[in-house]
Design a protein around this ligand. Structure first.
Ligand SMILES: [Zn+2]
Length: 348
């Protein structure tokens, strides 16, 4: 190669290379440009290879110039690379950026489940009357669930048809929270004033009014001189707290093995005040079962039934929630449908 050609090529490549490198818009494009400007087949590389065959006096000067151009172009490539990488970072940053001027997305407040709302409300009414909250296991033995509650062996509730037995002999999912009555009296002497909220289980086919799992608040009061009038007064106070001060209570005789006498308790409808409407039908809403604790139940727990008397009641939480919130299908409580549940936001 002619030394003057070599000099010209080096100067051209210095300008062309810098321009190409500066125009590379991405790391990939820069790598391709680098191959074209500095690679084995690049004009600068050809000049470099030809230096060895040049006359001695030209060799030194052209060698120096070649190295200068190569170093300059390599430095340009690295500068451009740094710029592009910084740009890529900046691009990522801007894609990730938080626009602090945008209005925020409001966090959605959750809400309590309607059954929790009703349970809390009911328990609150009784604890303010001086009752204590008691709890018991959901898997019970037959003693606490049946025998101690005066439910005889041939009682239909004890068959597999109505109860859900577990695969441990004599153990079942409790069919009532009444079992907690027994556990409480076994663990302490009188007087007793407890409410026991909790889950109970029945063998049933779920539909609008039947479920396999439902909730109760059980109440038990045992003391000297407790009478049926105390039961009535307590339930009236409860009904007024829950449904309004005009609420009246109606008691009709009913049979439950663990109480004597037993009764079904209805409250006057809070919608029509007893006149009769779509919610109640005849003006009364059947709400719970209650009665005076059967002497046998007291004796089963070691209480002196001559000295102590008591009353007990079991209130279905689903029943109260359906009445209170106008829910007509029990299944809504267990389906977890947000459209249903969000209606209880802010409800107390
Ligand atoms: Zn009514």
């Amino acid at each position: 190669m002619d030394p003057s050609d070599a000099r010209r090529i080096l100067e051209e490549e210095r300008g062309r290379g810098r321009a190409l490198i500066g125009r590379a818009g991405s790391i990939e494009e820069l790598d391709r440009t680098k191959t074209g400007v500095l690679g084995r087949k690049a004009p600068v590389s050809e000049v470099q290879r030809s230096i060895g065959s040049l006359p001695e006096n030209e060799r030194r000067e052209l060698g120096r110039l070649t190295n200068e151009v190569l170093a300059e172009l390599r430095a340009e490539v690295e500068n451009r690379r740094a710029e592009l990488e910084g740009g890529a970072d900046a691009e990522l940053l801007s894609a990730d950026a938080v626009d602090v001027t945008l209005p925020g997305r409001r966090p959605r407040p959750g809400s309590f489940h309607p059954l929790t709302l009703v349970e809390d409300r009911m328990v609150d009414v009784f604890t303010r009357m001086g009752y204590r909250v008691a709890e018991g296991p959901e898997i019970e033995d037959e003693w606490h669930n049946f025998e101690a509650l005066n439910i005889p062996l041939d009682h239909p509730a004890r068959t597999m048809k109505d109860s859900l037995y577990v695969d441990v002999p004599g153990m079942l999912l409790r069919t009532e929270t009444s079992a907690v009555q027994i556990r409480t009296m076994e663990s302490q002497g009188p007087p007793v004033y407890v409410v026991a909220p909790g889950r109970t289980y029945r063998h049933d086919t779920p539909d609008a009014t039947h479920g396999t799992v439902f909730h109760q608040v059980e109440g038990l009061a045992v003391d000297e001189g407790i009478s049926f009038a105390d039961l009535r007064g307590t339930l009236e106070a409860f009904a007024r707290e829950l449904f309004g001060t005009n609420t009246r209570v109606r008691m009709t005789p009913d049979y439950f093995p663990f109480v004597e006498p037993g009764c079904q308790v209805a409250v006057s409808c809070f919608v029509c005040d007893g006149a009769g409407c779509r919610v109640c039908g005849n003006g009364w809403i059947e709400l719970l079962g209650a009665g005076m604790v059967h002497p046998k139940v007291l004796e089963n727990c070691g209480y002196d039934s001559e000295r102590y008397t008591g009353f007990a009641f079991g209130i279905g939480i689903e029943r109260v929630a359906m009445v209170r919130y106008g829910v007509n299908d029990l299944r809504l409580f267990v389906e977890g449908d947000v459209r249903f549940l969000e209606q209880f936001e802010g409800v107390a």
